[in-house]
Design a protein around this ligand. Structure first.
Ligand SMILES: CC(C)(COP(=O)(O)OP(=O)(O)OC[C@H]1O[C@@H](n2cnc3c(N)ncnc32)[C@H](O)[C@@H]1OP(=O)(O)O)[C@@H](O)C(=O)NCCC(=O)NCCS
Length: 184
């Protein structure tokens, strides 16, 4: 049940939006980040990507050691959302020097924390970081079948301009690239 910024999960505990902390991630957040990715991918993608491919992609791309490498790579800027020592959201920003583009390359919120405006807060941080790093535009990629997220981005002002496949494990899905000009 959702009541503004408060969410009651399975009648058991109460999440208040103001109790959620957003902070830059630390190396030892890797396990919590993997959990956010695993559970949010299952909810968003399981209807069109087999579980084995989700698991394969998670282990190949976001193993704890690769996440630690990412932590030391200056082209990635990452934040987490945290509620009572539980990582409940993850934002990864990528400065793609080859394309000269600033991407929101991951934005995921644990299913039971969705709809609490954590996504909005992470998006605002993405815009601030893009501006701080002298980018005038921000890019996002979203799978065409992920209709809820696509709508969310369109509501934020993204225009989708390109389509290219995205490969997750052995499954290839259509994927849209959108962009938005900052500080219009
Ligand atoms: C998309 C996502 C990051 C948005 O974050 P969020 O914290 O749930 O979103 P917010 O609370 O800031 O905004 C909620 C709005 O988004 C919409 N929305 C989109 N996807 C949603 C979802 N899975 N659950 C709840 N609301 C969702 C709601 O309709 C709501 O609209 P409203 O404000 O007009 O009522 C988050 O829902 C998520 O992780 N979804 C699954 C994974 C995903 O698809 N990530 C993007 C991959 S490209």
């Amino acid at each position: 049940m959702e009541t503004g910024g408060i969410k009651i999960c399975k009648g058991v505990f109460l999440i208040k939006a103001e109790d959620i902390i957003i902070r830059k991630w630390q190396e030892n957040d890797a396990a919590g980040v993997r959990k956010v990715l695993k559970l949010s991918w299952e909810k968003a993608y399981a209807s069109f990507i087999p579980q084995t491919d989700l698991d394969l992609y998670l282990d190949k791309t976001y193993s704890e050691s690769l996440l630690r490498n990412m932590f030391n790579n200056p082209y990635f800027i990452c934040y987490v959302a945290e509620f009572e020592n539980t990582i409940c959201g993850w934002l990864k920003l990528t400065m793609d020097k080859s394309e000269s583009r600033f991407y929101i390359s991951s934005i995921y919120v644990l299913p039971e924390f969705q709809g609490l405006k954590i996504g909005d807060k992470l998006f605002n941080i993405a815009c601030e970081e893009a501006t701080r790093n002298n980018y005038k535009e921000i890019y996002i990629g979203v799978m065409t079948q992920n209709a809820k997220a696509l709508k969310w981005y369109q509501n934020l002002g993204f225009k989708f301009i390109e389509e290219k496949p995205f490969i997750m494990g052995r499954t290839s899905v259509p994927h849209l690239i959108g962009s938005m000009i900052l500080n219009k």
